[in-house]
Design a protein around this ligand. Structure first.
Ligand SMILES: Nc1ncnc2c1ncn2[C@@H]1O[C@H](COP(=O)(O)OP(=O)(O)O)[C@@H](O)[C@H]1O
Ligand SMILES: N[C@@H](CCC(=O)OP(=O)(O)O)C(=O)O
Length: 372
């Protein structure tokens, strides 16, 4: 068997899913948590900085409130998350304190990471905590988000946190040995993938949805790996039921599925752009502009835009689509939607004549543009 690509051990993000943490919804598995904490504390003592991304607030809230099943109403889910998050942080805090390690609760929303200022604040807070030897315990702030504006699954959140702290590894612990070439729940012949490129688009076809408690399944884990790769972060999907999974991985063991970045890391600003789950509008590009962006890495000029959709202001994130509606890039618009509609299809030297002023010759400057 070929040796796997080695993983750096400077900084890791470890994500633990709901199904694992809550024994399939029967309440927090304190014993398993103690086992993971012991291994994390040892890795930290040996010099690896670790951020924990912990799911399980909603599942634990449902358990604490004695509800038989997951509610559908958003206000009930928000309430369950608020109750359950208390149990989660209590459990992590006491497990880490037994090893003399402080934890810090960090609850994030999509808005926190899409607003540039708040993103930079979250980044410096996390980096400060890590430098102080604290283990940040991150979750989505489920109580203040609704379906339209949530990450929903913590795989995506884990990847964005890995971008924030520029982790070497995003370790996703789940209830399977790793990623198989098809959903093992439906096909016992499924084969475990040992290593693949995080950017390999064929992986998505092999990844299915999640179980009753987890939200994303393998699909969101594959997407998370692609997102994480933007900061040069490798993703390992492995079984949290394997008793010494973290220690073995630190020691260079080769459990699970490793998805490695093959492209060079992007700048922090481009990672931030790629991490936006929502955009304020769309530019539809002609074929020449699509080629120029993809093949030459140019800025987007008004002349290559055939349609402008949505309402947005200068500085907002806008997606660029080809004529079949496929997103090819996104970036920060230099003009608001109304101005963009007036200058689309025009050469840049006609902008001033059309608008009466010119801010920039491009609709999106290439420094603010990321291919997706
Ligand atoms: N190709 C695949 N390989 C492995 N697991 C898969 C695959 N496709 C779908 N799955 C499902 O994804 C589930 C894990 O995701 P999920 O239920 O969201 O858990 P978590 O809470 O850990 O995120 C597995 O239990 C498995 O049934
Ligand atoms: N923020 C949510 C986690 C969402 C979720 O279920 O994520 P996951 O189990 O990782 O697929 C919670 O704490 O309940």
């Amino acid at each position: 068997m070929n040796a796997r690509t080695p993983i750096g051990n400077r900084r890791w993000v470890i994500k633990i899913g709901s199904a694992l943490l809550t024994r399939d919804g029967r309440g927090l598995d304190h014993e398993a948590m103690a086992g993971w904490v012991e291994q994390i504390a040892a890795a930290r003592a040996a010099g690896t900085e670790i951020v924990l991304v912990s799911s399980g607030a909603v599942a634990e809230g449902i358990n604490r409130l004695g509800w038989g099943e997951r509610p559908r109403a958003i206000h009930e889910l928000q309430a369950a998350a608020a109750v359950g998050q208390m149990g989660l942080v209590q459990a992590w805090e006491s497990a880490f304190i037994a090893h003399g390690r402080h934890t810090a609760q960090v609850l994030l929303t999509h808005d926190d990471l899409s607003d540039r200022k708040r993103y930079l604040n979250a980044r410096s807070a996390l980096r400060t905590l890590l430098a102080m030897g604290v283990v940040p315990v991150v979750n989505e702030n489920d109580t203040v988000v609704t379906d339209e504006i949530r990450f929903g699954d913590n795989d995506t959140l884990g990847a964005l946190v890995a971008n924030l702290v520029e982790a070497d590894l995003l370790l996703i612990l789940t209830d399977q040995e790793g990623m198989y070439d098809r959903d093992p729940r439906h096909d016992p012949e499924a084969q475990l993938i040992r290593e693949a490129s995080a950017e390999d688009t064929a992986l998505e076809a092999m990844a299915g949805g999640g179980g009753a408690l987890g939200r994303g399944g393998m699909r969101t884990k594959v997407r998370a790996a692609r997102l994480a790769a933007r900061s040069g972060t490798a993703t390992l999907i492995a079984s949290g039921r394997e008793p010494s999974i973290i220690a073995d991985t630190v020691a260079g063991g080769d459990h699970g599925t490793l998805l490695v970045p093959r492209q060079p890391p992007q700048t922090a600003r481009k990672q931030w752009l790629a991490g936006h789950l929502q955009v304020a509008g769309h530019f539809v590009l002609d074929a020449g502009a699509v080629r120029a962006l993809r093949e030459q890495g140019t800025s987007l000029l008004p002349v290559g835009v055939v349609e402008v959709w949505g309402t947005f202001d200068r500085g907002e994130v806008v997606a660029c689509l080809d004529q079949e509606g496929r997103e090819i890039a996104r970036g920060l618009a230099n003009y608001g939607a109304d101005e963009a509609r007036r200058i689309r299809g025009h050469a840049s030297d006609a902008i001033e004549g059309t608008l009466g002023y010119i801010d920039d010759p491009e609709l999106i400057h290439r420094d603010n543009l990321v291919l997706v």
